[in-house]
Design a protein around this ligand. Structure first.
Ligand code: FES
Length: 102
C-alpha cells in the first residue's frame, strides 16, 4: 500500500535544482521548478547515474553521464541515449515538509 512519506524540507531545494533522497531503499530525485516540487526516479534509465546531479533547464533534467534528457513533470524521456521514461511520484507539501507517495 502506498503512503505519503516526509522526505525533505521545502527549504532544502533551491529553485531550478534537484536533490536525491532515499525512501524504502529507492533513490528518488526531487526537483524544484519555480517553487513547485516534483519527484522522479533518480537513477537514469540508460545506465547508473544520478539525475539529481544533472543540470535543470526549464522542465528538463539532463543526465550528467551521457546527457539523456527527461521531462521532470512527466518523467518522459526527451533525448537519447536513454529511451525509457522514469517513474514519477505524487508530491504534496505540508507546511515546510515535502512528502511523496510511494
Ligand atoms: S546514464 Fe544517463 S544517459 Fe547514460
Amino acid at each position: 500500500m502506498s503512503e505519503f512519506i516526509k522526505v525533505a524540507k521545502i527549504t532544502d531545494i533551491a529553485e531550478g535544482k534537484g536533490m536525491c533522497v532515499e525512501v524504502n531503499d529507492k533513490k528518488i530525485g526531487l526537483f524544484n521548478l519555480g517553487g513547485e516540487i516534483f519527484a522522479i526516479d533518480d537513477i537514469c534509465t540508460h545506465a547508473h547515474a544520478s539525475l539529481s546531479e544533472g543540470d535543470v533547464s526549464g522542465d528538463e533534467i539532463t543526465c550528467p553521464l551521457h546527457f539523456a534528457s527527461f521531462n521532470i513533470r512527466s518523467g518522459e524521456c526527451t533525448g537519447p541515449p536513454a529511451d525509457e521514461d522514469v517513474a514519477t511520484y505524487p508530491v504534496r507539501v505540508m507546511g515546510d515538509d515535502i512528502e511523496i507517495e510511494i
